[in-house]
Design a protein around this ligand. Sequence first.
Ligand code: SF4
Length: 250
Amino acid sequence: MLQEYKILRQHGIQFVPDLKGAILTELFRGRPEISADITKEEIKLVSELCPAKAFETEPFGLNMGKCIFCKECHFACPSKIKFTNDYKIATNDPEQLVVKPGATAPVIFNESLVRKEIRKLFKNSLKLRQVSAAGDNCNEMELNASGNVNFDMGRYGIEFVASPRHADGVVITGPISKNMAKALEITYKAIPAPRIVVLVGSDAISGGLFINGGVLNREFLIKYPVDLYVPGNPAHPLTFINGIFQLIGK
Ligand code: SF4
């Protein structure tokens, strides 16, 4: 008995007690910040080197929905572009995903865009079905981690379930290939209304590196409303969990 107690003491707290207030290492690649005095030459440099074509033009900005967080733009212009450890970058407003020069404020969640029935029905219990629509398993692993002993989102009633019939919404990862388009739609329709749609990772949000590959069918996103965008490549469990908290008003 004493031995088991010693082991427990050595292990310490195994879970993240405060999922909203946790602080990640400075090395984490979270919300980017672009210096207000970035020059035209530097904009040209980073726009050309970015493998994900994540920089928007007119006006210039970094689209987190496209960014794969490789940090190459930071390495090229370390004094002008940096990545903070702010992991609260999920939002329901796609415009919030674009970081403009000089912007240092946290990503805003637009309360006016939340469907009323979501808060009413899912605040205390939200079951989700995950569909990997040609995902590379990185976001899927982090979503899995969201329910493990560290993050334990199940303590707030948020869980993944095996059947869409038991789910309140679908969480999509991957760029949505032609081969997965129909399966995704069948899954979505099998979920009882009202259903929520969450996109996790740059591939799901924008098609990522695969957008021009000719193998995608993203019509699903034109047909059905998206309730939450969770950027990252992969998205961190705390980004996903905090985004869901905001969506359901937790
Ligand atoms: S970190 Fe994002 S914006 Fe910067 S080069 Fe990589 S993909 Fe492009």
